[in-house]
Design a protein around this ligand. Structure first.
Ligand SMILES: *[C@@H]1O[C@H](CO)[C@@H](O)[C@H](O)[C@H]1NC(C)=O
Length: 145
């Protein structure tokens, strides 16, 4: 009986250590831009740098109001590669969330693949992007803390 208990404790410890190494329960959810949310005129490069590192299965939440008289439309695109991202070339970009999809709880993207994620706003003919409304995130595996 005592033997069985100590084996269970040992197994539990192994599981806990493995779970913490893999970060199974530690995925974070981050609002893009913090209290600035997702808006034009804000440079997200610095924000992304300050919020690194991102890890696999972390979630990014884009929050922005629907277009109105007082706020212009913004949206969220996924850029296909670094060059398109650098030059704000939306020709092969993929729309992730339209102008009305950022209100309420916002639009959530899970960083569930080990690849760079390039995000940019496609409104205003790419001008918002060119003025800094873009960032990239490269989620790393949990064990590269
Ligand atoms: C945004 O900030 C980064 C880092 O400070 C800087 O390199 C970049 O030129 C800025 N972009 C714009 C459009 O100001």
């Amino acid at each position: 009986m005592k033997m069985a208990l100590s084996i269970n404790v040992a197994q539990a410890i192994v599981l806990l250590v493995a779970a913490s190494l893999l970060g199974v329960s530690q995925a974070k959810t981050v609002v893009v831009g913090g209290n600035k949310k997702w808006r034009s005129g804000f440079n997200y490069t610095k924000w992304a740098f300050q919020n690194n590192p991102f890890h696999i299965n972390d979630k990014l939440v884009f929050k922005y109001g629907a277009p109105s008289k007082s706020s212009s439309a913004v949206d969220v695109y996924s850029m296909p590669d670094l060059y398109s991202y650098m030059t704000c070339d939306f020709r092969r970009a993929k729309l992730l969330a339209g102008a009305r999809q950022g209100s309420g709880v916002g639009f959530t993207v899970a960083l569930d693949q080990l690849r760079p994620y390039y995000f940019a706003c496609g409104q205003s003919h790419g001008l918002y992007c060119k003025h800094g409304m873009k960032f990239f995130a490269v989620p790393s595996p949990r064990w590269f803390k």
